[in-house]
Design a protein around this ligand. Structure first.
Ligand SMILES: Cc1cc2nc3c(=O)[nH]c(=O)nc-3n(C[C@H](O)[C@H](O)[C@H](O)COP(=O)(O)OP(=O)(O)OC[C@H]3O[C@@H](n4cnc5c(N)ncnc54)[C@H](O)[C@@H]3O)c2cc1C
Length: 489
């Protein structure tokens, strides 16, 4: 059967794209290999009675016009913004409250505003000229987006220019590098400030799966078909105007437009026979760098950590961040090993959302950064996972002594698990390393969401708009498809 649009992947981006296309009357199908929609928004029970959203602690904001167009609050997705963050050292703390007038908060607000401006630009359907860093220093007022410094400066320098207090500076670097591998002293590392961080997003009450349900409801209500449990295995051109998605069970769907929400490597190097793609496209997809670096340990606790104030339990807690430590951890990660100085961020999601744990109990998560996808000396064995669990518990003990004795169960997630669960290259949830040569017009090429394959659009985490917010890349791809349909009508 022929569709106007077929979308690969029913995560936030695919569902948003489907809802928007169907709302404008396009016959749309979404193909999802898992039995449930949601992708990264999954919330699952990792120990009897304990639930967590293992692939996303916080969601970058959904652009307001998409939120309203899809009526997400009425469909049950209630957001709680997060404004505060804490960093703890043995001899002191740093607190950043995004609503304050502190220099660190001002810098984060500036970046969040820059991202919002970028979303507005990404949504211009007639946009032929790509999102770009503004390379005009003379004109770089606060309205120029995003300023060239983010593409050229070191993260440490840019932060230290704005933030005098070294603890706040290290804390700020920890916020933007959380769950990633990044060297604050590398030129161009300031681009990390555009990655969603504190204050630009929040959590969904009841777990992020509620957002997936709301998006799914919107897509179905507007008339999109959602096909679950079906893996796309190949994309073929069947006529000048139509592409065909072949599924793993041998069936196929034809559509005038295909939106892939898979990353650039999965889309081009696994869904197309290589001889069908132009050589430059294969080369640029092959060159795109991935930087999966996050491990997360989910803990089921018999009770909330003792000696912790309720306020500390409601915010992310960065454990002893330091810029030199981040650089060392990044160097070790590049070599396929782990530094003892890798970042750790503690959270107690059940303190914000008690529905995640039984009464009196708690869910604690520890996010570790600079964790290699491939270890230089072998696989992620059971013992090595146990080592990560030990690191995570040490970090938690340094802040909340006695917490280890309350652990009832845990799950350790390494980048390879993320690749397997979501089909994400090297477990890189950002869809590619965050670096100036891989952002905006270079993520992955200037025409994105259009691709060099006529009728194929990129709408997921590797697309240029994805860095700017949840649903932004899917919505930008949908807008582009609609604009092209109108142009060709
Ligand atoms: C720098 C950066 C930072 C970000 N930070 C965050 C953050 O902190 N928190 C956050 O939530 N988001 C963050 N995002 C945004 C995030 O990557 C996406 O917006 C979104 O959360 C993931 O949605 P998705 O639909 O693209 O992918 P997914 O949610 O992964 O969905 C993809 C779906 O495709 C399915 N699939 C895979 N292969 C196939 C196949 N062959 N056939 C059919 N189906 C298949 C998978 O099962 C999955 O359901 C960030 C993005 C960037 C670029």
């Amino acid at each position: 059967m022929g569709y106007d649009a077929a979308i690969i992947g029913a995560g936030a981006e695919g569902l948003a794209a489907a809802a928007l296309l169907a709302r404008f009357g396009a016959r749309t199908i979404v193909i999802e290999r898992a039995d449930r929609a949601g992708g990264r928004l999954a919330t699952h029970e990792f120990h009897p009675g304990f639930r967590a959203s293992p692939y996303a602690e916080e969601l970058p904001p959904i652009p307001a016009h998409i939120h309203w167009a899809l009526d997400l609050s009425r469909r049950g997705a209630i957001f709680m913004p997060l404004h505060r963050s804490l960093a703890i050292w043995p001899d002191g703390t740093s607190e950043i409250d995004l609503r304050s007038d502190a220099p660190s908060a001002r810098l984060l607000r500036h970046c969040a505003d820059a991202a919002a401006l970028g979303v507005a630009r990404a949504m211009e359907p007639k946009r032929r000229s790509p999102l770009r860093f503004a390379f005009y220093p003379g004109r770089s007022s606060s309205g120029t987006w995003p300023q060239v410094q983010l593409a050229t400066q070191r993260l440490a320098d840019l932060i230290e220019q704005s933030v005098d207090n070294p603890r706040d500076a290290a804390h700020l670097a920890a916020i933007v590098l959380a769950g990633r591998a990044g060297d604050p002293f590398r030129e161009g590392g300031a681009a990390h400030l555009l990655a969603p961080g504190l204050g630009s997003g929040g959590i969904v009450l009841g777990g992020h799966a509620r957002l997936a349900e709301a998006l799914l409801d919107a897509a179905k209500t507007f008339g999109a078909e959602i096909a679950l449990g079906l893996e796309a295995s190949e994309i073929r051109r069947v006529s000048r105007n139509n592409l065909q998605i072949v599924l793993a069970d041998g069936s196929a769907h034809e559509a005038r437009a295909v939106i892939s929400t898979l990353d650039v490597k999965q889309t081009f190097l696994s869904l197309f026979p290589w001889n069908m793609l132009p050589r430059p496209l294969i080369e640029s997809a092959g060159r795109f760098r991935f930087a999966g670096a996050m491990a997360r340990v989910l803990f089921a606790l018999a009770r909330q950590p003792e000696h912790a104030t309720p306020e500390t339990l409601r915010v992310p807690v960065h454990v002893q961040p330091d810029m030199v430590g981040f650089a060392a951890a990044h160097a070790a990660w590049r070599a396929g090993s782990m530094s003892a100085r890798a970042q750790a961020v503690l959270r107690v999601p059940s303190a914000l959302d008690p529905s995640l744990a039984p009464p009196g109990a708690a869910v604690m998560t520890v996010t570790l950064g600079s964790v290699p996808f491939r270890l230089f000396d072998g696989a992620w064995t059971h013992e090595r996972r146990a080592g990560l669990r030990g690191r995570a518990l040490n970090a938690a003990e340094s802040v909340w002594p006695g917490v280890s004795a309350t652990v009832l169960g845990q799950e350790v997630i390494v980048p390879g698990d993320i690749e397997e669960a979501l089909g994400v290259s090297e477990g890189d949830l950002d869809g590619g390393e965050i670096a100036p040569d891989q952002l905006f017009e270079l993520r992955p090429w200037p025409e994105c969401p259009r691709t060099p394959i006529e009728g194929l659009y990129l709408g997921g985490r590797s697309a240029s708009a994805s860095v700017l917010g949840t649903c932004a890349a899917g919505a930008a791809a949908a807008q582009c498809v609609l604009a092209d349909f109108r142009r060709l009508a």
